[in-house]
Design a protein. Sequence first.
Lengths: 261, 244
Amino acid sequence: MTARSQRGRLPLVALATLGVALVGLPLVALLLRVDWPGLPARLASPLVWPAVRLSLVTTAVTTLLAVVLGTPLAWLLARSRSRWAGWVRAVVTVPLVLPPVVGGVALLMAYGRNGIVGMPVAHLFGLSVPFTPVAVVVAQTFVSLPFYVVAVEGAMRSVDGRYDQVAATLGAGPLRVFTRVAVPLAWPGIAAGAALAWARALGEFGATITFAGNFTGTTQTAPLAVYVALDSDPEVALALSVVLLVVCVAVLGLLRGRWLR
Amino acid sequence: MMVSGCGIRGGSDGSGAPTPAPGDRTTVTVLVAASAVAPVQQLATAFEASHPTVSVRISGGSSTTLVAQVAAGAPADLVVTAGDAALAGLPPAARARPTVVVATNILEIATPPTNPAAIAGLADLASPSVKVVACVSSAPCGSAADAALAKAGVTAHFVSRELDARATLAKVRLGEVDAAIVYRSDVVGSGGAVHGMPIASEHNVTLAYPLVRLSDSPEATAFAAALSGVDARSVWAAAGFGMP
């Protein structure tokens, strides 16, 4: 590379460095600030394990839901030329830009005790969603499904449509084309989407606290526990934050090595 | 009609500010616990009307935040906190300043206006079919609720411990829960959106609102007197507070 083009790149490198610093420094600061020798004792706090366990279980269910509901949706959106597809895509991606607390309020209006779905369900079956682990999963799915659908739709689009036609010509029905052609070919995108959806679910705070509440063992996920501990025991909050950070980086790093490019 | 500046001018340093020039105003800066902002604001408006040369600037926040602001050197003349626990965070010089309790607050049970679970007292909150919320235990409103339940020997059927009084009350207003344990001033402040149920005095917990006067300026002293004076009683009472 010539010296001239090297110099020309400097402003870009400077801006990019600033961007990396803005994101990276707080993460480094978190790691520097933690009392590492005291970490195991902090993590033994009764606040930590119920929250971590709840987060692991609910995010696993959420990711599964995102894959089961989101994959067919992404496939239909990728292959549809109808203008309805545009509307559906717009609706499904709204939670990407919606403040999570607003999402939580919207969930209450729909599935809350006085919600348009929640009220009849409560009357007919005596079931109530808010303040249960189910509500945690619903809140997490609400915010993370869009990430999954956007990622997988992109992957499905990049699968050559002629494969479907060939499969269809050979007598495969739409369901078989989906499971035998589209899903295997879009597999890297599905893995990437699932990882994104899982990470978003793990970090979910606003919709969860609004819709599911905050109760140890039932609805207090790890991010909620961090926030509560920040008031009562900041060292526990820091320790749990580091655990979340390490788990996220490990899982995303692992997936990146395997599937994400 | 006098036009005030932005209210960040001096006169609040407590060093015997000079008599303000005509058209000039002295600012009294008051840090107030969020739950007491409304009555203090009302008293400040009345005070400004009777003291045309004084402008009262009010900043609300959680008591621990306010105390941290004072410790960090924020220019404040008066501090009003909810409970005296937060005062421990004040620097020694501030802790030695004159302190007087200006108001008290007690707990109530807040229910939706229709009281769907027919709650009549703390004992009813133990039923598994009743959904109860309160603040998280690390917040003053939450530890007070725990203390009241402990006195009554009741294990409430909590479905959530909310992060602050506002969020706790919101769950009742939305009808998502049957009852919440909150301060009486929160119930009164909701303007009828929730129904307040008294808690027996032997189980109740009283929260004092101490006022610390950090400045000796005549304006700050005068407003501090106005907050705890006889004329203030009706304002505090209308906002749901008691008097010491």
